[in-house]
Design a protein. Structure first.
Length: 53
């Protein structure tokens, strides 16, 4: 997979929400970067911008 680093500044409440979402996942729990990738992928798929994988 071709990847590229993307740095994003987020409000503290959004970071806390990402951390809470990660904590709610089954083991092995995703780290913050993986949780952000999952959430973004779900949002993009739901709007037709990203194909199902």
């Amino acid at each position: 997979m071709d990847t590229e680093a993307v740095n994003v500044r987020m409000a503290r409440d959004m970071i806390e929400a990402v951390d809470a979402a990660a904590e709610a996942q089954p083991e092995p729990k995703p780290g913050r970067p993986e949780m952000v990738r999952r959430a973004l992928a779900e949002w993009l798929r739901g709007r037709g911008f990203l194909k199902e994988s």
